[in-house]
Ligand binder design. Structure first.
Ligand code: PGA
Ligand code: ZN
Length: 419
């Protein structure tokens, strides 16, 4: 039976930074019943240069107007055929970087179509997309200390100091363990410095006045303390977001917090030293977004003990991933559906990466909404990790949805393998 898209309602809503973003409702009917799916798009602060364009020139208002007019153009398509829907969205846009409609407009429609289809079948999205067999939960990768473009003042240059409870046996246990680490680090900062305001950055991570390595020392100590408390391994991780402090003109990394610059070799050695010293489980964007060779060098040196993950360098884009595979750059990849603009394209990126032994990590953006779609994608697409923060309403929207999914899977639920 064919599923017809009858109407698209679009609106401007707030994201977690109070900025406008787009939410859409897609209304469908299968000849007998009607249903609708709703999805909202997030937005980044440290975007990769080669991501699709998020909004058309007129911003969210133009995106909203354009989204409302798309339904008749999709009416001939079977909405159960996600690939066809997504191809049509690309065709309607007509540009390679989705600048006409905006990648946030297309991704919101794409996700809402899938949710509407799941709704009419009366199954949760993860089952609709993943089938009846899916039963693996991802490990949550949570942001504990924020710096770089997500913070300000004297926060570190590195963007995210992360935690992953690698020894947890259940998703809920892993999430609560991350929350314990977040709380512990807050207490440690307060004890160490009475002027610490308990201020937080964009993703609900603490935002202290501290140097890059100093922040890692606190995080590593908190991971050890909580690991002893819960009785399983809890490991520190990092998103360097190196492009955000790389000066492409002079070719050096500008460590503002420490008032030093490091050339490529010095920067790479520093990252290597931190991986070894703090036994980091995962390091994202350790080098700037064009340095495939640097990624390859680091992967060769430490890839057997640390995940070297690409975000800005791959931008969920098959062509960029192909280059990475050829050069052996990294062994993990961030998947952000709005970096590429449709579910189908994000899935293609993920499958290519998986086939080539890259560990996929589905991810939120720093500017989020309470949309919970990526929680379902993590399970449907068998992502071993989900990066979606530790605290804050827009972050726990995904974590709590995964707790519900874990409950629904019951005895069948198990954690993904991380290696
Ligand atoms: P964003 O970055 O601010 O672009 O969402 C998050 C990240 O780098 O992982
Ligand atoms: Zn990143």
């Amino acid at each position: 039976m064919k599923l017809t898209i009858r109407k698209i309602v679009a609106r401007k809503i707030l994201d977690s930074r109070g900025r406008p973003t787009i939410e859409v409702d897609v209304h469908v009917d299968d000849g007998k019943n009607t249903a609708f799916g709703r999805a909202a798009a997030p937005s980044g602060a440290s975007k990769g240069k080669l991501e699709v364009v998020d909004f058309p020139r007129g911003g969210v208002d133009e995106a909203v107007e354009k989204a409302k007019r798309i339904a008749p153009k999709l009416a001939g398509i079977d909405a159960f055929d996600q690939r066809q829907v997504d191809e049509a969205l690309r065709e309607i846009d007509g540009t390679p970087n989705l600048s006409e409609l905006g990648g946030n407009t297309t991704v919101a429609i794409s996700m809402a179509v899938a949710k509407a289809a799941a709704s009419i079948k009366k199954v949760p999205l993860f089952r609709y997309l993943g089938g009846d067999e899916v039963c693996e939960l991802p490990f949550p990768l949570g942001n504990v200390i924020g710096g770089g473009k997500h913070a300000g003042g004297y926060a570190p240059d590195f963007q995210e100091y992360l935690v992953v409870a690698v020894g947890a046996r259940r998703f809920s246990e892993a999430s609560f363990t991350n929350a314990l680490v977040h709380k512990k680090v807050g207490e440690m900062f307060s004890e160490a410095n009475s002027s610490f305001t308990r201020g937080k950055s964009d993703e609900g991570a603490w935002s202290p006045n501290i140097c890059n390595e100093g922040a890692l020392e606190f995080l590593a100590r908190a991971c050890e303390a909580i690991s002893d408390e819960v009785g399983f391994a809890v490991r520190p991780a990092l998103d360097v977001a190196a492009s955000s402090f790389y000066d492409s003109e002079s070719g050096v990394y500008n460590y503002r917090r420490e008032a030093v610059t490091r050339d490529r070799g010095e920067h790479l050695d520093f990252i290597l030293e931190l991986i070894e010293k703090f036994k980091l489980f995962f390091v994202e964007d350790p080098l700037h977004e064009e340095d495939f060779e640097g990624f390859a060098e680091l992967t060769k040196k430490v890839g057997n003990k640390c995940l070297i993950c690409g975000d800005d360098i791959f931008v969920t884009n098959v062509k960029r991933i192909e280059t990475g595979i050829r050069l052996k750059a990294g062994n993990a990849i961030i998947i952000k559906p709005n970096q590429i603009g449709t579910l189908t394209d994000a899935f293609k990126a993920l499958e290519l990466a998986k086939r080539n032994n890259y560990l996929p990590v589905i991810s939120h953006r720093s500017g989020e909404t309470t949309d919970e779609t990526i929680a379902h994608l993590a399970v449907a697409w068998r992502c071993p990790m989900i990066k979606t923060g530790v605290v804050g309403g827009e972050r726990i929207a995904k974590l709590n949805e995964l707790i519900r999914i874990e409950e629904e899977l019951g005895d069948r639920a198990r954690m993904s393998g991380l290696r």
